[in-house]
Design a protein around this ligand. Sequence first.
Ligand SMILES: [Zn+2]
Length: 374
Amino acid sequence: MRLSSLLCVALSLAMLVACGEPAAPAAAPAAAADEAAYSMADFARVPKFDAHVHANVVERAFLEQARADGFELLSINVDYPDFPTIARQRAAALELAQAEPLRFHWATTLSMQDFGAPGWAAAVGADIGEAVEQGAVAVKIWKNVGMIEKDADGALIMLDHPALAPVAERIRALDVALIGHQGEPHNCWLPLEQMTTSNDREYFRNHPQYHMYLHPEQPSYEDQMAVRDRFLAAHPGLRFVGAHMASLEYDVDRLGAFLDRFPHATVDLAARMSQVQYQSVRDRERVRDFFIRHQDRILYGTDLTQGPDSDPDEFRRTAHAVWTSDWRYLATGETQRVDMIDADVPGLSLPRAVIDKIYYRNARRVYVRGGNGD
Ligand SMILES: [Zn+2]
């Protein structure tokens, strides 16, 4: 079904090109490109989907701001020690989904606890099956696989570990997406002063255990990417979403090559917009072309997180500020100051049809079965 809709898109594009030529005007007026883009005035009314958030508490601020700004949400549970327990994250997701099922979607995750014990994969598979029955539309596997968790012999458990294969197969059979966050931004393997964005610098200053420049005995950046690619090659039927631009955020050309190589993969933009902006202030057309070329494979996402310590009003202000800033950058041609890269960043002014896919239709297709995202 997904393949046929992709073919449909390809066919209609081909027909557009084939049929459109004779009737096309000799030269489009310069204003046409601008007219084809959205403005800030369109922000609240255009349907949008933030495909990577963490609503970790039973509190309505997130949903209320999403409603005000025209967003659906995918809240992703994660096996992350800084978050509430997985059970609490799931309980929050179930309650919020019940409150507003058309706006709030959620992804379950898997715990690496007891990995290697007999029956581990079967128990994890059963838990994922139960979550999907409860409404989960995807499964998250976090960077603890590849960076933290070790097997009985003390070796790091990498994504292509044979014991994870039956779990991947179960996810494929359930026909939900696997969201993979493997590795880290390229910056993670650099000293703090060489990192390209201040948000990465701050994160790795505060989380030295994940700052791989300090741990040269750990797998390299290229090791992490190669393992993930081997895993994808071994599971061609699996719908895979590379969280955080599949950790290839530093080079849109390399990310484009990844998407070309793995047609069953998409990527989300969560927490990496400044990396994209870092590239577009140096070569705007290169980045703009990337979005247009891969318009069916990119999901808008932020990583906005409402936790137990978040003040609801402040969280709403932050969410609105992040969402409007990203819209200004992707959808309009307006310039804004981006402190994370200490630069004035002109917007990409992407065509409306591309924005509609990145901001809504792709996420509906990947995550909401029976949705209207084609
Ligand atoms: Zn996240």
